[in-house]
Design a protein around this ligand. Structure first.
Ligand SMILES: *Cc1c(COP(=O)(O)O)cnc(C)c1O
Length: 231
């Protein structure tokens, strides 16, 4: 059996080592535990080991788990593809959404987030490679979304997210992440409150941290290999 709490501490050590190596401020990179396909007992174990923020990709799966974990003060992030018929659930039950890639979704999330709740934290997902098969907004589509947020009171725009195409070499990983970092710096200059660059996973978190990631989304390095592929 895997020991999730030992693996969690290894991931935290990797993050800390990368912060030091790449001269980042200590503890400036936040860890998001990606718990898709994982059981509630695994999530509970990782929570009890000190991890507070968890991310899910599928609404139905996430809601079923939340019900069983509602005694824990977990910070829930949504990172999966957004289907129109699931937007109201996402707007109500998550604290963050990293996978917003269309203006229409942004408007709907704003409209469906209850007024008594704090605004929903949002990252815009960017398709840096421009491949049609990849999810994420094109770079050109970002500006209208950033501008729209000023008029959406239940949305709090926090930054950008990327799920780059899989490459094994460190320099190749850095190149893809650097595209997002450049965009982020540009947007930070023109828009208030952008503080999150959501990039880096189990296999490339060091490269992401080396070019400015502030939040890494890690699944298999904490919970072990998944039995089906990334979405
Ligand atoms: C599954 C997933 C991750 C985590 O990937 P690992 O390789 O397991 O660390 C991160 N981000 C997104 C969007 C994912 O779907």
């Amino acid at each position: 059996m895997l020991d999730c709490s030992a693996m969690l501490s290894q991931v935290n050590q990797r993050i800390f080592a990368a912060e030091q190596k790449f001269k980042r401020v200590p503890n400036s990179v936040k860890l998001l535990a990606v718990s898709k396909t994982r059981s509630v007992s695994e999530i509970r174990e990782v929570f009890l080991a000190g991890q507070v923020s968890f991310a899910e990709n599928y609404v139905q799966e996430a809601m079923a788990k939340r019900e069983e974990l509602n005694d824990l003060l977990i910070d829930w992030h949504f990172i999966g593809a957004i289907q129109s018929n699931k937007i109201s659930v996402i707007a109500e039950y998550f604290d963050w959404v990293h996978s917003v890639d269309r203006l229409k979704v942004l408007h709907k999330l704003n409209a469906l987030r209850s007024l008594e709740k704090t605004p929903l934290n949002i990252c815009l997902q960017v398709n840096v490679s421009g491949e049609q098969s990849k999810s994420g907004a094109t770079i050109k589509a970002l500006l209208p979304m950033l501008e729209a947020c000023a008029c959406l009171p239940q949305i709090r725009l926090r930054g950008l997210m990327v799920m780059p195409k899989l490459v094994m070499d460190f320099a190749g990983q850095q190149v893809q992440f650097a595209v997002l970092r450049e965009l982020f710096l540009e947007f930070q200059h023109d828009f208030h409150g952008l503080d999150t660059l959501s990039m880096g996973t189990s296999g490339d978190l060091e490269a992401a941290i080396s070019v400015g990631s502030t939040m890494v989304r890690v699944g298999s390095a904490i919970f072990g290999a998944r039995h089906y592929d990334k979405v």
